[in-house]
Design a protein around this ligand. Structure first.
Ligand code: SAM
Length: 210
């Protein structure tokens, strides 16, 4: 997946231009920015920084991270007038981070294997102080707008075939859990779990218990 997203860097944000998604995207942005306002945020899997730029004027501080150093640097460089730090963090191995009271992961949960979901969430929760906010958001599957599912594994994981402008193609893990499924998993580690969804996107947030 890392190779795919590194290669896709220059064309990645075109996904945010789909005309039919603009209204829902604006609503998602509003919801996200209200949840991170005044928070010290660790963003994991920041990619090119699309959401980093949007959150940055609302947060008290923002550290954008990705497993790819190239993408973390791209995210940092895309934030021209705002104070954003950036670096490499593996979302499955987040160091203890008491300086943050909020963690955001946008469009990453869909790339977590079904059997890895609990491990990922437990790692996120363990990295944060008690009562920190976790915000996850991602795509809902919308026929005609979403890339079709090309394969479903016995594990329940689903995959898409994706092509880049240079003609290369990749099979990419892309799961579409229901908002309730994500809320239920987050509820094992968080209180005040709240959900939001519109036609194209879901967002689930909660406050860590431990
Ligand atoms: C779908 S993109 C999301 C980018 C950005 N959050 C957004 O919504 O525009 C998924 C990102 O996850 C990153 N990634 C993949 N595996 C990762 C891991 N184990 N830890 C952190 N980031 C990872 C990829 O490099 C890529 O930037």
């Amino acid at each position: 997946m890392l190779e795919y997203y590194e290669k896709r860097r220059s064309e990645y944000e075109a996904i945010y231009n789909k005309p039919e998604r603009q209204g829902c995207l604006a609503q998602l942005e509003q919801k996200l920015c209200s949840l991170v306002a005044g928070k010290h945020v660790l963003e994991v899997a920041c990619g090119t920084g699309y959401w980093t730029r949007r959150m940055a004027t609302f947060t008290a501080s923002l550290y954008a991270s990705d497993a790819s150093e190239n993408l973390a640097v791209a995210a940092r460089e895309s934030c021209e007038d705002v104070d954003v730090q950036a670096g490499v963090v593996d979302a499955f191995s987040i160091p203890r981070s008491p300086e943050f009271n909020c963690l955001v992961a946008g469009f990453f949960f869909s790339h977590v294997l079904v059997q890895e979901r609990s491990r990922f969430l437990a790692g996120v929760s363990a990295a944060l102080c008690p009562s920190s906010r976790i915000v996850l958001f991602d795509n809902r599957f919308v026929p005609g707008s979403s890339t079709p599912i090309s394969r479903k594994a016995e594990s329940g994981d689903t995959y898409q075939n994706r092509s880049l402008v240079d003609g290369s193609s990749f099979e990419v893990l892309k799961n579409f859990p229901s908002t309730d499924q994500v809320a239920s998993l987050l509820g094992e580690l968080c209180r005040h779990v709240s959900t939001y969804e519109n036609e194209y996107f879901w967002l689930v947030s909660g406050e860590t218990l431990r």
